[in-house]
Ligand binder design. Sequence first.
Ligand code: ZN
Length: 50
Amino acid sequence: MSYRRAPRPGPREMFKATCADCGKECEVPFKPDPRRPVYCRDCWAKRRRY
Ligand SMILES: [Zn+2]
């Protein structure tokens, strides 16, 4: 097992997207898939509590 860790979060590429829940414009650290809904951080947090 290796225990490599990223020393610090580097500059991440951010993609503009519209939240499928609240409709706000947001940026996501991954490429938004047009076939899947994208959520802003708030809505992500809400959904993760399931
Ligand atoms: Zn949202």
